[in-house]
Design a protein around this ligand. Structure first.
Ligand code: SF4
Length: 372
């Protein structure tokens, strides 16, 4: 079966928060060398995690497993206050790569709970972001995944109630809970803008436009990526004849493409563009075009503690060499360096058994010499 056309959704793939987190972990490796520790997956993408693991990052689920004095990064999803506290104990060199948009929700949770509100939190049970946010005010927050959860909530009539949300939800699911919550609590407080972030809503808007136009919509992203799963549900809700989440080109069986002429393709906010290219190659269409709903130019600078550290190192090196201090990443010059380039430059851990194999979607690392 020949795919006639692939239509690429725009925007797709890495968001500003993921770009920042990947670049930050890349800098940690360059400054400290392996091993660098990371609390939870830096982003929810198994390729990205595997590439960092091969480069010497050790992923842990408990900060107490990290040796004292070691470099430790906290993931983009945000961490519970007691995790941050335990991470910072023991002289570890801690960099918190939480996305600023997740930080905003943590802040709202603390402030509103402090004002006495009971907070309905729309999110996914067990997701790292939800765990971290709920831990900001556990006595005041109520996790709601479905309308049934909402109906079962035990909030007294007359209590002040607010609503916050995980940043990566499908818009339709969040909107349904909001509507019912407003019926139950007419004075419901919520932020001026929904907590669903720009990256989530932009990628879903593109999928809504694309879904009715194609025979099959492929969404690249990992199973534990909330925004990826939301894109699949959004595609189905928007009338896609078929929608499928894939990790990469190897997940596309030939029978999936039977009777498929036009494929729509998008990628979750933590899926590398290299994997998109590998999927297009696998589909081998006669033509490729794009469907764009908006462009994104958001940029999140590296975490302050990392910028300060890099600036100190640049100053030290310049001083020791007797040359003037030039601009460094602390001065936003990393803005033009895409996270994909950081991934491509990671050492590939060739000394490990099987480590020389390049996963689909990642260019050969610059230090890899191709056999002639
Ligand atoms: S998906 Fe949104 S909230 Fe999550 S890291 Fe990206 S920009 Fe931040």
């Amino acid at each position: 079966m020949t795919v006639r056309k692939v239509v690429l959704a725009e925007p797709r793939g890495f968001c500003a928060g993921v770009e920042m987190a990947i670049k930050a972990l890349g800098w940690m490796l360059r400054i400290h060398g392996a091993p660098v520790y990371c609390y939870h997956e830096i982003v929810h993408n198994k390729d990205v995690v595997e590439w960092f693991r091969r480069a010497g990052v050790v992923f842990v689920d408990d900060p107490d497993d990290v040796p004292h004095g070691a470099p430790l990064m906290l993931s983009a999803h945000g961490s519970a206050p007691n995790v941050v506290e335990r991470a910072r104990a023991g002289d570890r060199i801690v960099v918190d790569a939480v996305c600023p948009l997740v930080t905003k929700v943590h802040h709202e949770a603390r402030v509103r709970a402090g004002k006495g509100l009971q907070i309905i939190y729309v999110g996914h049970r067990g997701h790292d972001e939800a765990i971290g946010t709920l831990a900001e005010a556990p006595a005041s927050m109520h996790l709601v995944e479905t309308l049934d959860d909402l109906e079962r909530l035990d909030i007294d009539v007359g209590e002040d109630v607010g609503l916050l949300a995980q940043t990566t939800l499908a818009h339709g699911e969040w909107a349904g809970v909001l509507e019912r919550a407003r019926e139950l609590h007419p004075d419901l407080w919520m932020p001026d803008r929904s907590d669903l972030c720009f990256a989530t809503t932009n990628r879903q808007a593109a999928v809504k436009r694309l879904a009715p136009l194609v025979d099959l919509l492929l969404v690249i992203g990992s199973e534990n990526s909330s925004n990826t799963q939301a894109l699949v549900r959004t595609a189905v809700g928007a009338g896609a004849r078929a929608a499928l989440r894939i990790d990469g080109p190897d997940d596309i069986a030939d029978d999936v493409l039977v009777s498929v002429e036009v494929v729509g393709l998008t990628a979750g906010a933590s899926a590398p563009e290299g994997v998109v290219r590998a999927v297009v190659e696998r589909l081998a269409p006669r033509e490729v075009e794009s469907l764009s709903v908006t462009s994104e130019d958001e940029y999140f600078p590296l975490p302050r503690e990392l910028r300060d550290r890099i600036r100190s190192l640049v100053t030290l090196v310049a001083f020791s060499m007797g040359v003037p201090v030039t601009a460094g990443p602390g001065d936003r010059t990393d803005r033009d360096m895409p996270a994909g380039a950081v991934l491509d430059a990671l050492p590939s851990g060739d000394s490990e058994p099987g480590g020389s194999e390049q996963p689909a979607g990642r260019s050969p690392a610059p230090n890899t010499v191709a056999a002639s």
